[in-house]
Write a protein that binds this ligand. Structure first.
Ligand code: NAD
Length: 524
C-alpha cells in the first residue's frame, strides 16, 4: 500500500487505540517546545501563579532580546506548590521503589526520544553551544535512568539483638524537598536533585534561576507524561525572594541548593532556623597541576575543557592552571594556539564552540577581571574582549576566551571565582610547592593532576583538598560517582549512591521477642 490518505488514517487510528490501551499514560508524549508559558508547574500542569507579584523579563543570551516574561511567585503561590507536594507525599512515598523507579525510567526514555528539542530549549535559555546542551540533557536522562534503577535497591537493615530480639532500620523519605538552582546547567542541576529525591519517595518544589526558567517546567511535563502523579514535582518561578520563601517554608523538610557561596550561606541560615538538612553545591576556584612528564596534548585538551566549556560558567572549572616551569613555555604556546581556534558564534550552529555569556552584567563582571589582572601585572596572551557578531546576534555578549599569564597567587583574578572564559596560568617548580599553592583557597570543589608517574598522580590527588580530583582528565561527571565540595564549595554530595543518605532518614523499629526486662523496677 502506498502513502494513501486511507493509510494515514489507519495509522492515526492505531495510535489512538494504543493510547486508549495505556490508561493513565500519554502515549504520544508531548511537552511544550514553545516559550509561551505559563511558567509555574503545580499539581501536574503548567499554571499561572495564584498571585503574581511582578513579571521578570528573561533575556535570550544569544541575541540579547526578550525570551519570555515570567511572573514572580508570591508566598501564596509557594504555599500552593508546597501544599501540592505535601498532599501527594503519603501516596507517592508508599509506592515501592521499583514502581517509582519505573516512572523515572520512562522519563529518561522521553528525554532521550526528544533530546534535540529539549537541547534547543536549553540553548535558548543559556546561550551555550548546542553540542554542549546535548551532553547536558543526555546527562539528565542518565540520572533518571540510574536512580530509576537504584530506587528498588533503597533498602534498610535487619540488626540481630540478644535473646532473638531484633531491630529493623528502615530507610524513609524526608517529605517535601525545596530545591533552588543556578543558571549555568539549568535542567541538569534540577534533575540531579529531583531524580534521587523522587527515587527515595520524596516530593519536590523547585525554583529555577530567574535567568533560566524554561527547562524545569519542561521537566515537569516530562515527569507527568511518564506517569509521575500530579503534585510530586512542582516549579515556582522568581528571584531570590521566592527562593527564600521556599527555603523558609515550614512544610519543606530539606533544602537542596546550587549557586554561589553568599546565597548558600543564606540558604543554610534558613535551614538552621527550621532544623532542616541542607545540601549545598557552591562555587569553586579549582587547580589543575600539570607536571613536566605529562602528556602535553592531553593536558591542553583538559585545560580547554576546564576553562572554556559553557563560556567558562562552570562551577568545577580548573581556572588556576599550575604548570611546571620546564614545560611552561611550550604549554602556554600550545594553549594559546588551541584557544584561538575556538569558534565564537551562534549557539545553535553545529561548529560553534563558544556561545554567549548569560547576560550583559555578568559579561561586564568577567571583563572587569581582565582589567584587574592587567592592573596587577598579569599579561593577557589572547582573548578577554567582547566580540560583536552580526545581525540578530549583535545584542548578545560574546567574549573571546582568555589566557592570562604572569599570574601571582594573590591577584584578584587568581583568588576569586570569575565564572567566565578566563584561564590563569601559574608556574611552579616542585610538587610540594604545587600542592601547597593549589590548596591555598577557601574553595574545594575540584582539581586535577597531569602526570605519567602513577605514584605521583595518586599522591597529589590525595593531597588536593577537593571533593573531586581527576587524574589526567577534567570536568567529567558520570552519574554513578559523587560530586560536591570541600571547604566553602559545599556540604553534601550529588550523584552516586551517597546521595541516597541525603534524601532519606532512618527509622529504627526495635522488636522485643521476650519479656520486658526492667531490672528491679518491677516487683511481683
Ligand atoms: P546565585 O547564588 O546568585 O543564585 C542561585 C539561586 O539562588 C538562584 O535561583 C537565585 O534566585 C536563588 N537565590 C538568591 N537569593 C536567595 C535566597 N536568599 N534564598 C534562596 N534562594 C536564593 O548563583 P548563580 O549566579 O545563579 O550561579 C552561579 C554560582 O553557582 C557560581 O558560584 C557557581 O560556581 C555555582 N554553581 C555551583 C555548582 C555546583 O554543583 N557546585 C553548579 C553550578 C553552579
Amino acid at each position: 500500500m502506498g502513502d494513501s490518505g486511507e493509510g494515514r488514517v489507519e495509522e492515526e487510528g492505531r495510535k489512538t487505540k494504543m493510547a486508549g490501551s495505556l490508561a493513565g499514560r500519554t502515549f504520544i508524549r508531548s511537552f511544550s517546545r514553545s516559550l509561551g508559558g505559563p511558567w509555574n508547574y503545580v499539581g501536574g500542569q503548567r499554571c499561572e501563579p495564584c498571585l503574581a507579584l511582578a513579571s521578570m523579563k528573561v533575556t535570550e543570551p544569544a541575541t540579547g532580546s526578550t525570551l519570555c516574561e515570567v511572573p514572580v511567585s508570591s508566598q501564596e503561590e509557594v504555599d500552593r506548590a508546597v501544599a501540592s507536594a505535601k498532599g501527594v507525599f503519603p501516596s507517592w512515598s508508599k509506592l515501592s521503589g521499583r514502581e517509582r523507579g519505573q516512572k523515572l525510567m520512562e522519563a529518561c526514555r522521553i528525554i532521550r526520544d526528544n533530546l534535540e528539542d529539549i537541547s534547543k530549549l536549553e540553548v535558548q535559555d543559556t546561550g551555550k553551544p548546542i553540542w554542549e546542551a546535548r551532553v547536558d540533557i543526555a546527562s539528565c536522562a542518565d540520572a533518571l535512568e540510574y536512580y530509576g534503577g537504584v530506587a528498588a535497591a533503597v533498602v534498610g537493615q535487619h540488626v540481630a539483638l540478644p535473646g532473638g530480639s531484633f531491630a529493623m532500620v528502615q530507610r524513609e523519605p524526608l517529605g517535601v524537598i525545596g530545591g533552588v538552582g543556578a543558571w549555568n546547567f539549568p535542567m541538569q542541576t534540577c534533575v540531579w536533585k529531583v531524580a534521587p529525591a523522587l527515587a527515595c519517595g520524596n516530593t519536590f518544589v523547585y525554583k529555577p534561576s530567574q535567568f533560566t526558567p524554561v527547562t524545569a517546567v519542561t521537566l515537569g511535563e516530562i515527569l507527568t507524561s511518564a506517569g509521575v502523579p500530579d503534585g510530586v514535582f512542582n516549579v515556582v518561578q522568581g528571584e531570590g525572594e521566592t527562593g527564600a520563601r521556599l527555603c523558609n517554608h515550614p512544610d519543606v523538610a530539606k533544602l537542596s541548593f546550587t549557586g554561589s557561596v553568599p546565597t548558600g550561606t543564606k540558604v543554610m541560615t534558613a535551614g538552621a532556623k527550621g532544623i532542616k538538612s541542607v545540601t549545598l553545591e557552591l562555587g569553586g576556584k579549582s587547580p589543575i597541576v600539570i607536571f613536566e612528564d605529562a602528556d602535553v596534548k592531553n593536558a591542553i585538551k583538559a585545560t580547554l575543557m576546564a576553562n572554556f566549556l559553557s563560556q567558562g560558567q562552570v562551577c568545577s572549572n580548573g581556572t588556576r592552571v599550575f604548570v611546571q616551569r620546564s614545560i611552561a613555555d611550550e604549554f602556554i604556546q600550545q594553549l594559546v594556539s588551541a584557544t584561538q581556534k575556538l569558534k565564537i558564534g551562534d549557539p545553535l550552529a553545529e561548529d560553534t564552540t563558544v556561545g554567549a555569556t548569560i547576560h550583559e552584567d555578568h559579561a561586564k563582571k568577567v571583563l572587569s577581571y581582565i582589567t584587574s589582572a592587567k592592573e596587577e601585572g598579569a599579561s593577557i596572551l589572547c582573548g578577554g574582549e567582547r566580540v560583536m557578531l552580526p545581525g540578530k546576534l549583535s545584542g548578545g555578549w560574546y567574549l573571546s576566551p582568555a589566557v592570562v599569564v604572569d599570574c601571582k597567587d594573590n591577584m584578584k583574578v587568581v583568588q576569586e571565582e570569575v565564572f567566565g572564559s578566563l584561564a590563569s596560568v601559574l608556574v611552579f617548580d616542585s610538587e610540594e610547592e604545587a600542592v601547597r599553592r593549589a590548596n591555598d583557597t577557601n574553595f574545594g570543589l575540584a582539581g586535577a593532576v597531569f602526570t605519567k608517574d602513577i605514584q605521583r598522580g595518586h599522591r597529589v590527588a590525595n593531597a588536593i583538598e577537593a571533593g573531586t580530583v581527576w587524574i589526567n582528565t577534567y570536568n567529567l561527571y558520570p552519574t554513578e560517582v559523587p560530586f560536591g565540595g570541600y571547604k566553602h564549595s559545599g556540604i553534601g554530595r550529588e550523584n552516586g549512591l551517597t546521595v541516597i543518605d541525603f534524601f532519606t532518614q532512618s527509622r529504627t523499629v526495635y522488636v522485643e521477642m521476650g519479656d520486658v526486662d526492667c531490672g528491679p523496677l518491677y516487683q511481683e
